[in-house]
Ligand binder design. Structure first.
Ligand code: NAD
Length: 228
């Protein structure tokens, strides 16, 4: 049975990914932020903690003997002017969205090297390449995810480990629940597909990357309804 570790699996894209991998017969290792009961719909191994905490990630990885797929999905947004952002707010965005990937990959790669195979899939954002006003820290963290993905892909290609990312546009999850109905409509009117994406569509692409051939690596694949 193949194994997958998914971060941020309690809701949104991560939850849809966990549902997809479970349906496809994978053994699940799932991380949520606060309470393992948030993962009770799934079989497998459940952990609650902060993906930006090195000792938490190490303790999770110590429980996993063999890993086929790592999905780095957990992330947070921050909206506001850069000059109003505190150091702790900045640090929290970078740590959750980018440093977490260093922490999980540092532990996962030796497990994959032992088998000479593995897939790492990172969840970036359209803002990683485009940049968004009022989301400078978020955009910087996701730009970091894009570069991290391309660089690590080159480092690991000789060892038959593939590293790719998906860069969603707007997916209908809690991350966008702060938007008013008017703001949602205005946003959707900018998207050629005339709708938000669903978490299931993002999960489907993550799964396709997990099952893709070994020549596909170092790519940041947009999933945005033609938006950018
Ligand atoms: P979401 O808010 O529903 O889910 C985020 C998940 O990350 C939650 O499960 C949350 O508990 C977890 N998480 C947050 N901080 C954590 C921490 N410190 N430790 C452990 N877990 C933590 O949002 P989502 O839309 O499902 O987001 C998933 C990913 O998709 C994120 O990386 C986000 O940046 C990215 N993304 C989302 C959109 C969108 O429009 N929804 C667009 C582009 C990219």
């Amino acid at each position: 049975m193949k194994t997958v570790l998914i971060t941020g699996a309690s809701r949104g894209i991560g939850r849809a990914a966990a549902q997809k991998f479970q349906k496809e017969g994978y053994e699940l290792f799932l991380i949520c932020h606060r309470d393992v009961r948030d993962l009770q719909e799934f079989k497998g191994h459940h952990f609650a903690g902060d993906v930006g905490d090195p000792s938490f990630i190490k303790s999770v990885m110590d429980e996993i003997e063999s890993l086929d797929v790592l999905v780095n999905n957990a992330g947070i947004a921050y909206y506001g002017l850069l000059q109003d952002m505190t150091f702790d707010e900045w640090d929290s965005v970078i740590r959750t969205n980018l440093t977490s990937m260093f922490l999980t990959c540092r532990e996962a790669v030796p497990k994959m090297l032992r088998k000479r195979s593995g897939k790492i899939i990172n969840v970036s954002s359209v803002w990683g390449s485009e940049g968004a006003a009022l989301e400078t820290a978020y955009s910087a963290s996701k730009g970091g995810v894009d570069a991290f993905t391309r660089a690590l892909a080159k480092e690991l290609a000789p060892s038959n480990i593939q590293v790719n990312a998906i860069a969603p546009g707007v997916i209908d999850t809690d991350m966008n629940k702060h938007l008013s109905q008017e703001e949602r409509s205005a946003l959707v009117s900018e998207i050629p597909a005339d709708r938000m994406g669903s978490p299931e569509e993002a999960a489907e692409l993550i799964f396709q990357l997990a099952e893709s051939n070994s020549y596909l690596t170092g790519q940041v694949i947009s999933l945005n309804g033609g938006w950018f």
